[in-house]
Design a protein around this ligand. Sequence first.
Ligand SMILES: Cc1cc2nc3c(=O)[nH]c(=O)nc-3n(C[C@H](O)[C@H](O)[C@H](O)COP(=O)(O)OP(=O)(O)OC[C@H]3O[C@@H](n4cnc5c(N)ncnc54)[C@H](O)[C@@H]3O)c2cc1C
Length: 438
Amino acid sequence: MSEGPQLPEGLARYSPATARDVGTESAQKRVLTYNTGSFEPRGKCMQNPTTRRQILAAAGAAFTLTALEGCGVGLMRAKGNTAAPTRLQLPPLHAATDRITRITVCTRPFRAQGPRLDVEQIGSKTIVHNYGHGGSGWSLSWGSSSIAVQKAMATGARNVAVVGCGALGLTSALLLQRAGADVTIYAKDLPPNVRSSFATGVWTPDSRICLEEHATPSFKRLWESMARESFQTYQTLLGLPGNPVEFIDIYNVRDVADRSRHANPPADDRPPFAELQSELIADLIPHAEEFAPGSHQFGARYLRRDTPMMFNLSVYARLLMSDFLADHGKIEIAEFHTPADLASLPQTTVINATGYGARALFNDQSVVPVRGQLARMIPQPDINYGLFYKDVAFIPRRDGLVFQVLGENDYYGLNDDTVIPDRAEAEHAVSTIAGLYT
Ligand SMILES: Cc1cc2nc3c(=O)[nH]c(=O)nc-3n(C[C@H](O)[C@H](O)[C@H](O)COP(=O)(O)OP(=O)(O)OC[C@H]3O[C@@H](n4cnc5c(N)ncnc54)[C@H](O)[C@@H]3O)c2cc1C
């Protein structure tokens, strides 16, 4: 396997200031084919072969590193040519199983028919449901909660309860406040001990959002409005202290040119999950960029670079909580065992954002668990790129690097509600990514 020209030791420098500018400029040339929650290719591919690749062909064998650009990306330039970036050079990741600090497990609240957003009358209470977002809860939270809040405010109530303090509960509560309501959150657990805190933390708005057979035209309209509203709201959270939200590059690394991962194996006749991004929100997706063998440091492999948003969930959840409390929001620790327990609340209008908890609380068997496990690792500030390789994802979260086995398709983890950490799976995830650097 050809590794291409090697960098002399100590030549690599990283400049975050230039990185952001270059990343933004090049992002305009990409088609994002990044797939939600699983990072696999999505049919569309590079539309515009990059000048970097063309330059590489002309650059010859003698290289020296003169500058580093693009979100944690170093580019080698031909000797004597200060203008022509030629080779992708990413700062090395220190991926090792002894650097694992934590293994977390949680269950995605998947519903085959998509999230539940209807209004139900239970005794004297009007319950607005806002749960069942599968692997898209953070990504769709602002748009979904906006719908729930409109329904809650339509009751005329101005003192509203929100049950749940995860992604959907917090965004519901904040949007209620902005609509002029007094809000109390009631929840069994708060961040960082809710399931939302154990998510990967990437913009994945159609990840396990529903089965394809339930993606009706009206569902697609609903999903698109949720996705677009969330996307725009996230743009207002960029550049804040601690980087609650930022764009990153993710490299999908393949050993072969073929990139089909998502298709079910031939004998698998299970219904496919819906994939909606490329059909409905392609205009929100930066173009992908391809890197052929020899144009990067990962040997005879094929790379595709996409540019999704990443959520640094520790600081992001804290931001949501502190904004809510700063606007006189109240939080009470409470657990409800049946819908009748909600009768004890002083508010007559309640947004139910209990996520997977709704399965037990409302005896809603349509909420199905999809197990997902993260291995967290000591943060590495110079790493601002992610990787997807052999069904394993690496995400460069600032609050702890994330390694995750994604499985060969979205059925991975379905109907599995075990939350016991699997050390072997965690080590497999880390070792798979570490293998790219040997
Ligand atoms: C491994 C993994 C990776 C993921 N990655 C992503 C990602 O990258 N991007 C993305 O958008 N989504 C991702 N998701 C999905 C996302 O995490 C979920 O869709 C989201 O967390 C659901 O949020 P929620 O607010 O509905 O539920 P939760 O976070 O579970 O919050 C529920 C709240 O309700 C409370 N509650 C529940 N039951 C009761 C009760 N009976 N009484 C009182 N309170 C109760 C809980 O204490 C909690 O406060 C991922 C999920 C997993 C498991």
